[in-house]
Design a protein around this ligand. Structure first.
Ligand code: MG
Ligand code: MG
Length: 265
């Protein structure tokens, strides 16, 4: 999930033990998304993915971070095609050729894990495949800039420069965020920016970097349900998110796509 209007007083620095606990929560997110990955196929209703995820998280004696957060009704954000993020999983059925972003948060031991992956459903067009691949690549380019002494602007700039070279639109209205004791903490991690601008990154920060990249315009609109964010031109959008910690030994990606990608159809 993405951060908006994050209060500066929620800015946190985490020690090694706390980062380990955040990693545990993030690990459960990864296992949950791997379970979801096994089921993603044409004909599957979105609500089924949500039920599986919630059961799975609770079996780990953990709680879904998103359910009830500011009134969000579900465990997962499931966002198909032109839905950028915050899709509410309902009776909609996955179709061959869709791309679907699944975003998951887990709360355990007082800490949140939060990350997301965009999946192809059946056979997707080359246009959508490239959008997913390049969005994922931009996330890793952003992570390369996520180090002590750099700024959030360095991260946003790396993402923006790469994806705009393909004519894609970088969503501005939503951003990444600090994440640990609270799901959304300072700093905001925008996916656009200028080098050396923004917030200085410090040792002990834990941030979620989550480029939301559109095939067309960067402009988005929130539906009347108050959550579902769509591209204004209804062209597809992809979303990848990792949770990273800035430690004394370097930047550690706490989340992992490994199990997800092993279990993808
Ligand atoms: Mg998320
Ligand atoms: Mg997030």
């Amino acid at each position: 999930m993405n951060g908006l209007k994050i209060k500066r007083d929620k800015y946190k620095i985490y020690n090694t033990e706390e980062i380990q606990l955040i990693k545990e929560s993030s690990l459960i997110v990864g296992k949950t998304l791997a379970e979801v990955a096994k089921r993603i196929a044409p004909g599957v209703p979105l609500i089924m993915l949500d039920r599986i995820a919630e059961e799975y998280i609770r079996a780990y004696n953990a709680e879904p971070s998103f359910k009830g957060y500011r009134g969000f009704p579900s465990t997962l954000c499931v966002s198909v095609n032109e839905v950028v993020v915050h899709g509410i999983p309902g009776n909609q059925i996955l179709q061959d050729g869709d791309i679907v972003s699944v975003d998951c948060g887990v709360y355990k031991n007082g800490f949140h894990g939060d990350f997301a992956y965009t999946f192809p459903v059946g056979n997707v067009s080359e246009e959508k495949q490239l959008l997913m691949e390049r969005t994922k690549k931009s996330l890793y380019l952003g992570i390369e800039q996520a180090k002590v002494g750099n700024t959030t602007g360095d991260i946003g700039n790396a993402i923006q420069r790469y994806v705009e070279s393909f004519g894609y639109g970088v969503v501005r209205d939503l951003c990444g965020h600090g994440c640990g004791r609270n799901l959304h903490e300072f700093p905001e991690v925008e996916n656009t920016g200028k080098p050396k601008q923004g917030v200085l990154l410090k040792q002990g920060m834990v941030i979620c970097i989550e480029p939301m990249i559109n095939r067309g315009t960067y402009k988005v609109k929130t539906e009347p349900d108050g959550w579902t964010v769509r591209t204004l031109d209804r062209k597809p959008s992809a979303h990848f998110e990792h949770q990273v910690a800035l430690t004394e030994t370097g930047t550690e990606i706490l989340s992992s796509y490994e199990e997800i990608e092993v279990n993808m159809r």
